[in-house]
Every structure is written in structure tokens, then in C-alpha cells.
Ligand binder design. Structure first.
Ligand SMILES: Nc1nc2c(ncn2[C@@H]2O[C@H](COP(=O)(O)OP(=O)(O)OP(=O)(O)O)[C@@H](O)[C@H]2O)c(=O)[nH]1
Length: 382
């Protein structure tokens, strides 16, 4: 098969009721982006700390920040236009964050993104920010909070500095129950690890070296964080404490059927999976980049480079995940040493994977089926 060549930019939706801390979290991301160029779509610039970042240009309602980030103030009707502007290769953005306040319900926004015919965007997850101190009161005033939590991929229980330890635990449990399989992390002043939302930028042109982390660096960095003895990565302030990350490497191909069964039954709290999968006889020509956020799943094949070592490398990030069980589950996905002699059976086994491969060139019917596959279960039910 021909892999798609169009680069796709993850679009993260940031939602939460009035005053929950969305803008604070956004400012934190803009300050701790480690070279990643972020496009931000907000309703108004007011609270974004643009002053602290030197504005290098403003055209209409778009502000370009000196640090390579772009900021747009839009209303819902303009969203598509701005997404188009922000996803132009010339903008060279790595991730787009949309602050959902004032727009339609977050699930509407998620639907719009999933249904968008902009081939440059990739849904990057719905993050719901919750004010810990106001949780019960907000729920009473806005019963729809339950629905928002049910479709979220990541819930940030913010302002935990304003509640005691016991109350924090009670809230975590209450939020976790409402948000089902989404990961719940606690935060103060929106200080979450940016890697929960986007990968560090990989810039081929030597620009912004601070952001140039290779996959190996990423694995190494996570090891450092576990041992807390390496610094210099800008991750010193215990951001990782709220979740764990587990890595997996195999030099034996993954059996596509077993691997998909593993993904289908991925445990609650496993918020992100990223990496590359070798499906061996399932597709000898390509390695498959895997991107999972919450219940959203996508594979993007790319041809193996000449002489490239054929490996499966995955990083899994979540809250309360069982590393040993994940390793065991993945180890059981290894294909038999001998390639299956039955070619049609091997091809059929790949169908489950190909369902999650974006194919802009696909014909109408098939594309509709693919759009369905993209919809996270909870959003589809909502
Ligand atoms: N104590 C405490 N205050 C916080 C925390 N996070 C944000 N705040 C404060 O809460 C207020 C609201 O935060 P914002 O980030 O503006 O919230 P928002 O969700 O963007 O608000 P709207 O745009 O009005 O919906 C601000 O005064 C923040 O400084 C936190 O973790 N702890």
C-alpha cells in the first residue's frame, strides 16, 4: 500500500467550566514547550501571557509569538478557516490547542474535528480541566459536566492546592468514576507535563535544538525521570509524579490480530500510546507509527529506511497502569518466528490495523467508514 505523505498536526481540545484553569494550563504549555511550536485557538487574547513572550507580528486576529507559537482568537464559525491557516506547512506548527470555552459543547467540537475534511489535522484528544475546590458546586450548577467528563480523554483535576489530601482522593475517585477510561491527573496551576499532550518536536532543520529529542532520548528521559537524578531536561518539578510511563521494545514483529486485541482491551488510565510497530509479514514495506490518545487510535505507515533495524518501540503513559501486565500483554503479541505461509490470511489479519490508517484518497464509502472508526467510543455514544 502507499503510505499517506501528508503530515498531520494533532489538535487538542482544552475544555472546562469557567475559571477551572484552562488559560493557566495553556500558559504553562506555552512556557514549557521545549521547542515545540504550538498553535493556540482561543476566544480572546486577554489572558494569554503574550507580553511575556514578545509578539513578533499580528495580522488581524492572529498573533505570532516570538517563540514560534501562533495564537488566534476566533469564534466557532471561523474555526475551519483558522485550522486551515494554522495547518499550512508555512506555519510549521507541531500541535494545535483549542480552548473550548465559549464554543459549542466540547463533544461538538470533537465531532467537528473528526468530521473535518482538512487532511492536515489529527484529533489529539479532549482534555477537561476541573476545579477541585469547586467540583461539587460546578456539578450542581452545570449537570452537563458529567457528560463532558464522560467524553474526555484526559481529566486534569486542577487547583488541588485548595483542597486537603482526603478531599483530593475523594474527588479523584468521583471524577474517575464519571470519566470512565480517561486518565485523571491532579495538578496545581495547570502544571501538567506537556508530553501528555504532544511529543517533543523533531526538527530536521537544526532549528530550536532544545526541542530536538529523538525517540531514544524520549525513552532515556523517561528513565531519568524515574530515577530523578538527571536534570537539564526542564522537567525538574515532579510533573511526572501523577502518572507513569512504560516503554516496550521488541525485535520480533507483532502479530496484527493479537496486537489489535491488546489495544482493544487496553486498561483504564492508559492515556497515551506512541511509537512504531513492526507487523512483519503483515506489511514488509512499512513501519507503523502508532498514536493513541484516550480511546482515539491511529496508525500512519511509513516505508522502512534502507538498513533500518526492524523494531517495535512503544511508550505508554497513564495513571495507575500496571507495567508488568502491559509488558506481558505486549510480549504475547509477538508473531511466531516462522512467517505465515498463508498470504491471504496474513492480509486479512492486517484489516484490523488498516481500519485506523487515514487514507485521504479513499473513495466516499470507505472514507465514511474510516471516519466512524475515528470517533472515540464515548463521543460516538454522546
Ligand atoms: N489556587 C489556585 N488557583 C488557580 C489554579 N489554577 C488556576 N488558578 C487561578 O484560577 C483563576 C482562573 O484561572 P483561568 O486559567 O483563568 O481559568 P479559565 O478556565 O481559563 O477561566 P475562563 O477563561 O474564565 O473560563 C485564575 O485567577 C488563576 O490564577 C490552581 O491550581 N490553584
Amino acid at each position: 500500500m502507499t503510505p499517506p505523505r501528508i503530515p498531520q498536526i494533532p489538535v487538542v481540545v482544552l475544555a472546562g467550566f469557567l475559571g477551572s484553569g484552562k488559560t493557566t494550563l495553556l500558559n504553562h504549555l506555552l512556557r514549557n514547550r521545549a521547542g515545540t511550536r504550538i498553535g493556540v485557538i482561543v476566544n480572546d487574547f486577554g489572558a494569554i501571557e503574550i507580553d511575556a513572550m514578545t509578539v513578533s507580528g499580528q495580522v488581524g486576529s492572529t498573533v505570532s509569538l516570538g517563540n514560534g507559537c501562533l495564537c488566534c482568537a476566533v469564534d466557532a464559525s471561523e474555526l475551519d478557516t483558522f485550522l486551515e491557516t494554522l495547518t499550512r506547512p508555512s506555519a510549521r506548527l507541531d500541535v494545535i490547542v483549542i480552548e473550548a470555552s465559549g464554543l459549542a459543547e466540547p463533544q461538538e467540537l470533537v465531532r467537528m474535528l473528526l468530521a473535518s475534511d482538512n487532511p492536515h489535522i489529527l484529533y489529539g484528544g479532549l482534555v477537561e480541566v476541573v476545579d477541585a475546590a469547586e467540583f461539587d458546586a460546578t456539578r450542581q450548577r452545570h449537570p452537563e459536566l458529567d457528560r463532558h467528563l464522560a467524553v474526555a480523554d484526559l481529566v486534569v483535576l486542577n487547583k488541588t492546592d485548595r483542597v486537603g489530601e482526603a478531599e483530593r482522593e475523594r474527588l479523584r475517585a468521583a471524577v474517575a468514576e464519571l470519566s470512565g477510561p480517561a486518565a485523571v491527573i491532579s495538578a496545581e496551576h495547570g502544571r501538567i507535563d506537556p508530553e501528555l499532550l504532544f511529543d517533543p518536536a523533531l526538527r530536521p532543520d537544526g532549528e530550536e535544538t532544545a526541542g530536538q529529542l529523538s525517540f531514544e532520548d524520549l525513552l532515556r528521559q523517561e528513565e531519568c525521570d524515574e530515577h530523578e537524578e538527571c536534570d537539564g531536561h526542564g522537567h525538574a518539578d515532579h510533573l511526572h509524579a501523577a502518572y507513569e510511563s512504560v516503554d516496550f521494545t521488541a525485535d520480533v514483529p507483532m502479530d496484527p490480530r493479537r496486537f489489535m486485541a491488546f489495544l482493544d482491551s487496553r486498561p483504564e488510565g492508559l492515556y497515551r500510546i506512541k511509537g512504531f510497530v513492526d507487523f512483519g509479514a503483515g506489511d514488509r514495506d512499512n513501519t507503523y507509527a502508532l498514536h493513541a490518545v484516550g480511546r482515539f487510535l491511529r496508525f500512519v505507515p511509513r516505508p522502512w529506511a534502507r538498513g533500518e533495524q526492524r523494531l517495535t518501540q512503544l511508550v505508554m503513559i497513564g495513571a495507575g497502569i500496571d507495567a508488568a501486565a502491559l509488558h506481558e500483554g505486549l510480549a504475547a503479541c509477538r508473531a511466531e518466528q516462522e512467517p505465515q505461509p498463508d498470504a491471504p490470511a496474513t492480509e486479512r489479519a492486517m484489516w484490523g490495523v488498516l481500519r485506523y490508517v487515514p487514507e485521504p484518497a479513499r473513495d466516499g464509502d470507505a472514507a465514511a467508514g474510516e471516519a466512524e472508526a475515528d470517533v472515540p467510543e464515548a463521543a460516538a455514544e454522546a
